[in-house]
Design a protein around this ligand. Structure first.
Ligand code: AMP
Length: 556
């Protein structure tokens, strides 16, 4: 078996690896590192959890050991699809490069330009970035990519999902053609193949086994719920989830709970909290500072349950997650693999429990055919009766009145299987149902305000995606600087995926934030005409008095 010491890595890297506790290289590391060290292009077909980050970081650090960075000209570039993944690569870099003097900068949305500019001005050896943010810096004239000797594209299939391929192509064209390229993707969609054929030169192609087949340490279980009424399904699933978490007891040291829709992420998290669980949501619509705080809490153990969307949690490396709960069966089978792969990492044991309702059947079939085995059927927790509440209040204290509340889509709409464009559909005006199915369901539905905000967000995002001609750019720069080109959706073999849109919107919001335009203005923002702020007296004053009060500005 290959040892790290066989891999001709810089001794300082070997020391850091041994301090990280790694004994032997993973298959992708053992195969990719020798080619990378020879300066060859690498095409890695591997998923997260295989050790792929170290497979490019370790040789990069070794190769960059010689030489110095010049101002504004990074020597290497790592592109990751989301801020969280980029931050994770940066963390890995810090671990493996700790005995070297190499410098790095992380360019992600949600962070002020000023600090990032300072680092780049000084010169960095490694630049880790999301594609949109990188191009923003480039367009502001703060960055030159002509010094890039090594370029890594991580999670290219997700870049494709999120509409970043045009950005990636552009970035490739901005770097020298003599660069070394390491390109990673979990799948080889035709579009990804086209990119690799165009921009990689005679790459060493390394394919490692799927995570699902490798992760024998994960115990999977499927809990089938048959709601008495279809409109009861969402509430029943929440009750089953609570019962399952309780049944796992102390064995559940922490867990990620996946929902298909980000709207449900919020509702499920709220519901769990209302039942006394220590839970928080994470999805692409939350502010970056909130996302970071939530993840930090989950990592350090102060948060027990992380309720997540696929985009927000996929690829995140949180080593010790004891349980994964699929609140919904994912509509794309690969997401099942990604989700359960959040537990049972690095040789640990883990448990993945999936809640399914009868309408999930076709998605289950697709998953089971992908993993080539049947998910073992588990029993409902002892004493649990579907449709019966477990007797604990779900209603958050501040919401007890339940007044003035509208409800999110329920029954047929709520429980139907996810369809393309659901993300947008979820933002559409909602039909108000006169009476909630249960008091519990009512208590946790998002308020009308929240949903209206969501819809505004959607409209705002659409507005932001409008072409924008920037006068501060040279004509040749202008050509590609429009945000919608970055976020454009592409024809995709996985056309039914909804999550990526969430992140694309997120990226568009970043685009707005990144340009220091300030927060989006909702309604009239600060410019509310005076008369709207006036209060009107309802006393039985003569009409002329009221008219007087309004015109002179006196309060009634
Ligand atoms: P990645 O696929 O890069 O997300 O890595 C998955 C996890 O495996 C991370 O927690 C790494 O710290 C860990 N890891 C990477 N390489 C090794 C190795 N050779 N031995 C043990 N753990 C590793």
């Amino acid at each position: 078996m290959t040892k790290f010491s066989d891999l001709a890595l810089d001794p300082r890297v070997l020391q850091a690896v041994s301090e990280a506790g790694y004994e032997t290289p993973t298959p992708i590391q053992a195969q990719a590192i020798p080619h990378a060290l020879q300066g060859r292009d690498v095409l890695g077909i591997a998923q997260t959890g295989t050790g792929k980050t170290a497979s490019f970081t370790l040789p990069m650090i070794t190769l960059l050991g010689q030489g110095r960075a010049r101002a504004r000209m990074p020597r290497s570039l790592v592109l990751a699809p989301t801020r969280e993944l980029a931050a994770q690569v940066a963390e890995n870099f810090d671990i493996y490069a700790k005995h070297t003097k190499l410098t790095k900068a992380l360019l992600i949305g949600g962070v002020a330009f000023g600090e990032q500019d300072k680092l780049i001005d000084r010169g960095v050896d490694v630049l880790i970035a999301t594609p949109g943010r990188l191009l923003d810096h480039f367009e502001r004239g703060k960055l030159l990519l002509t010094g890039v000797q090594i370029m890594v594209v991580d999670e290219a299939d997700r870049m494709l999902d999120m509409g970043f391929i045009p950005d990636i192509e552009r970035i490739f064209q901005l770097t020298p053609f003599t660069r070394q390229t390491m390109f990673y993707s979990a799948t080889m969609a035709p579009e990804i193949e086209r990119i690799t054929n165009t921009f990689l030169t005679n790459p060493a192609k390394i394919e490692v086994a799927r995570q699902a087949t490798a992760s024998l340490t994960i115990t999977q279980s499927l809990i089938e719920v048959k709601p008495a009424r279809k409109d009861q399904s969402f509430a029943d699933k929440r009750a089953v989830l609570r019962a399952l978490i309780r049944a796992e007891g102390e064995a559940c040291t922490n867990a990620i709970i996946f929902c298909n829709r980000k709207m449900d992420v919020d509702v499920v998290a709220k519901s769990l909290k209302a039942h006394g669980f220590n839970a928080s949501p994470i999805h692409g619509d939350l502010d970056q500072s909130v996302r970071t705080k939530t993840l930090d809490g989950f990592r350090d153990g102060s948060l027990h349950l992380l309720v997540a969307s696929d985009v927000a949690a996929r690829g995140l490396d949180i080593p010790a997650v004891s349980h994964v709960f699929n609140f919904d069966v994912p509509s794309h089978p690969e997401d099942y693999i990604h989700r359960i792969g959040r537990t049972g990492r690095a040789g640990r044991t883990g448990k993945a429990l999936t809640i399914a309702v009868p309408s999930d059947e076709k998605y289950l079939k697709a998953i089971e055919s992908l993993i080539k085995s049947e998910i073992p059927r588990g029993a409902l927790p002892e004493g649990f009766v579907p449709g019966e509440d477990d007797g604990r209040p779900e209603r958050p204290r501040e919401d007890r009145s339940g007044r003035g509340r509208d409800r999110a889509p329920k029954g047929r709409d709520r429980d139907r299987a996810p369809k393309p464009h659901d993300e947008v559909a979820a933002m559409a005006p909602v039909v108000v149902v006169p009476k909630p199915a249960t008091a519990e369901a009512e208590a946790v539905e998002p308020k009308r305000e929240e949903r209206r905000d969501d819809r505004r967000g959607e409209r705002r995002d659409r507005t932001e995606a409008r072409p924008e001609v920037r006068s501060d750019l040279r004509p040749e720069q202008r050509q590609d600087s429009r945000p919608e080109q970055r976020t454009e959706s592409r024809p995709d073999s996985r056309g039914d995926r909804r999550e990526p849109r969430e992140d694309r919107r997120d990226d568009r919001r970043d685009y707005r934030r990144d340009r220091d335009l300030g927060p989006s203005v909702v309604g009239m923002g600060d410019h509310v005409p005076d008369f709207i702020l006036r209060s009107f007296a309802l006393k039985t004053a003569p009409t002329e008095d009221i008219a007087e009060a309004v015109t002179t500005g006196t309060e009634g």
